[in-house]
Design a protein around this ligand. Structure first.
Ligand SMILES: Nc1nc2c(ncn2[C@@H]2O[C@H](COP(=O)(O)OP(=O)(O)OP(=O)(O)O)[C@@H](O)[C@H]2O)c(=O)[nH]1
Length: 337
């Protein structure tokens, strides 16, 4: 068995959330005989749907394995309410919950990031936890949670709390590589879309009302993006007044509708002092090329939306099919880097 300190050192060497999770589970697994460990992801089933959970990684035959499914499609997902002790603990913002029966003793440790529990570690064994054992498990968990929050901080934009560009570069490159591996015969069709959302005439907001009001608009638009999309969609602030959404939708029409709903929601919102603002959106399928090419396509569609009246959603393939891009790209000032 590896010494605990060595396990902790290995754990904090990871810069990737899933590897870090696997590493903490593997460390916890060494803290008792017949111990079972799981990391449960907490998510919502659709916008406003019930709180759900699903095992994302778990111990199996002395190893840690991870689910191959996305949270929303995971057949192992269940409603949080089915684990009432854990549901109560999360509702109360508490640090741990337990359940004891003749066959099993369970300890749940929710992972809190700011004021939200995104995941929960579950440790169980057939006998009660000894005091020392529970203290060690809790201490390992605290190191994990602190490190998670540092990692999370480095991945986010300070103003809006959305994921930052660096995180986009890392996650999108990884996702694209995964999609290419999954492009085997019989694999599920990839149904991700990449949208670039850009506030129209944002410079005027700053010029007329000042940077503080400009910042406020950015925060409110970010909040709107968060509430408009589901938990499996990823939202990034790319810099300035530009946001990128990686959207999961089964069809082109669903993606278009989701993006147009966002556009209409922003256009219909009265921003304090500033009044009405609009956004232009360009989007493209998030597969069929290198990340930089996909981003370039969405950017070209955005550029077209800006050039043709703003406050609209444009899809790259539509523009290509209609010949609209051929003319535009020649004069394009779109900067890919
Ligand atoms: N308040 C605030 N402004 C920012 C921030 N980052 C970038 N900006 C401003 O965003 C503005 C972007 O302006 P432009 O790129 O000219 O675009 P625009 O005025 O939105 O025009 P279109 O995109 O063509 O509709 C500039 O005035 C930047 O100073 C920020 O973090 N806070």
């Amino acid at each position: 068995m590896k010494p605990l300190l060595q396990n902790l050192a290995e754990m904090t060497a990871h810069r990737d959330h899933l590897r870090l999770e696997v590493s903490v589970l593997s460390t916890l697994l060494h803290q008792g005989r017949d111990l079972r460990v799981r990391a449960l992801e907490l998510f919502r089933d659709g916008r406003g749907g019930p709180a759900m959970l699903r095992p994302r990684s778990w111990s199996e035959g002395g190893q840690i394995v991870s689910s191959r499914h996305e949270a929303a499609d995971d057949p192992q997902a269940l409603e949080l309410a089915q684990l009432p002790e854990l549901a109560k603990c999360i509702a109360a913002g508490a640090r741990s919950a337990t359940r004891a029966s003749a066959e099993e003793h369970v300890l749940w440790l929710p992972v809190w990031l700011t004021d939200q529990a995104h995941a929960c570690l579950e440790v169980s064994q057939p006998r009660p936890f000894k005091r020392h054992q529970r203290d060690v498990i809790t201490a390992v968990f605290m190191v994990y949670q602190n490190y998670q929050s540092l990692l999370d901080y480095s991945e986010r934009d300070a103003l809006t709390g959305l994921l930052n560009r660096k995180t986009f570069d890392e996650q999108f490159a990884r996702k694209s590589a995964g999609a290419q591996n999954a492009a085997a015969p019989g694999a599920q069709p990839v149904s991700d879309w990449l949208a670039v959302v850009d506030i129209d005439h944002f410079k005027q907001v700053n010029d007329r009302f000042g940077h503080l009001y400009g910042d406020e608009v950015l925060i409110l638009v970010a909040n709107r993006l968060r509430s408009q999309f589901r938990s499996q969609d990823r939202i990034f602030r790319f810099g300035g007044e530009e946001f990128v959404v990686l959207l999961r939708a089964s069809t082109l029409e669903q993606a278009r509708q989701a993006l147009d709903r966002l556009r209409a929601a922003i256009a219909g919102h009265e921003f304090p002092q500033v009044g009405q603002i609009t956004v232009s959106i360009g989007f493209a399928a998030a597969h069929g090329g290198a990340p930089v090419e996909i981003l370039g396509r969405a950017d070209q569609a955005l550029y077209h939306a800006k050039e043709h009246g703003r406050d609209q959603v444009c899809y790259y393939d539509d523009l290509l099919a209609s010949g609209a891009l051929g003319r535009q790209v020649e004069h394009s000032e779109v900067d890919l880097f």
